[in-house]
Design a binder for this molecule. Structure first.
Ligand code: FE2
Length: 345
């Protein structure tokens, strides 16, 4: 069996492959590693058959939706998952077969009600049900300390103690553990009384994960992250450097239209000499009056270089085939000491 553990900060994802058939599955992929997964699959000569999330993640962005779209593989989750993009929903005990390998889902609610552990041979991919030296928290949406108690003490910890444990998170650089070691050493598992365990879980006083709202929005509803929206826009447009624009302005005579898409107050406080003003929020409404010639070369400018990328992508979609975005924005332009002009257009 081919096993690759791919870490993103504290998030762990796992690529499992059958060397015989070259088929593979990917467990808990994270969006920032998308190119890495595709690269490793190609390098190892593996064909992805399934992409599986052990639960609805609240702390990072799952790449399952994107991988499903790009590779045409089923996104797999537990039956309780609300993710609209999950095509294959598993019940407790269901198995996935890829090549000679068989992966069994064990429903282990508690961290979330759609949590499952994935069992293959002597390995258990525990999601956030059991971590090395810890457990998943139970204070996020659909968490339940009582259910986690049952999942741990009545299911997971009853497996063979030699079973290797691979969690969805580890913040201390540990790659795996065993059931036996966790029973002996995991501080959370020393509290074996149900009520005391629940009491402990309810008083951990953990801060909310970073990006929780965006993670739940994307993982539960199938929406895109802001980063994805920007990356998609960036792939559709070319960029111009600040230095290139500065040179062109100094030389004069260029047919370039500098289009500042910030709000009026920001424009009036200081803009590039000769820039035209059309706020991003009014772009589609006023583009026909303001920019009647679609053959013009338009360079969009904003404060940080992100909204201008979205604006240039919109202009390209609208038929402005020469729309380009500034690489950077007015903040960097001012920091470089390049000249700005005040006042209305
Ligand atoms: Fe989680």
């Amino acid at each position: 069996m081919i096993l690759q553990q791919i870490s993103t900060g504290g998030c762990q994802s796992y690529l499992l492959g059958c060397g015989e058939s070259c088929s593979a599955i990917l467990i808990d992929p994270a969006l920032p590693q998308l190119d890495r997964y595709l690269g490793v699959l190609a390098r190892e000569g593996l064909r992805l058959r399934y992409v599986v999330d052990t639960h609805t993640h609240a702390d990072h962005f799952s790449a399952a939706h994107e991988l499903k779209d790009r590779l045409g593989v089923p996104a797999v989750m537990h039956r309780n998952s609300v993710a609209p993009y999950a095509d294959l929903r598993l019940d407790d005990g269901d198995m996935l077969i890829f090549g000679d390998l068989r992966l069994q889902a064990i429903h282990t609610p508690g961290h979330t009600n759609d949590s499952m552990c994935l069992h293959i041979e002597d390995r258990l991919f525990t999601g956030d049900t059991l971590l090395i030296g810890g457990t998943g928290r139970t204070d996020l949406p659909t968490g339940d300390p009582d259910a986690l108690y049952d999942s741990l003490f009545n299911i997971v910890l009853k497996l063979d103690p030699a079973t290797q444990v691979f969690p969805a998170h580890d913040y201390k650089g540990q790659s795996s553990s065993t059931i036996g070691r966790e029973i002996a050493e995991n501080p959370r598992l020393q509290q074996r009384d149900r009520a005391a365990f629940a009491e402990m879980m309810q008083h951990l006083n953990l801060t909310a994960p970073d990006h929780m709202t965006e993670a739940l929005r994307t993982n539960m509803c199938g929406g895109k992250t802001i980063e994805q929206m920007l990356a998609e826009a960036a792939r559709k447009v070319p960029f111009m450097s600040l230095a290139e624009l500065r040179t062109r302005l100094l030389e004069g005579g260029d047919d370039l239209i500098v289009l500042d898409v910030r709000e009026r107050s920001a424009f009036e406080a200081g803009h590039i000499e000769g820039a035209r003003h059309l706020p991003r929020g009014q772009l589609e409404l006023r583009v026909n009056q303001e920019l009647p010639d679609p053959t013009l070369r338009i360079l969009t400018v904003c404060e940080f270089g992100k909204v201008s990328t979205l604006a240039a992508a919109t202009l390209r979609e609208l038929g402005f085939r020469r729309a380009t975005a500034l690489d950077g924005g007015m903040k960097l332009w001012r920091e470089k000491g390049y000249p700005v002009e005040e006042g209305a257009q």
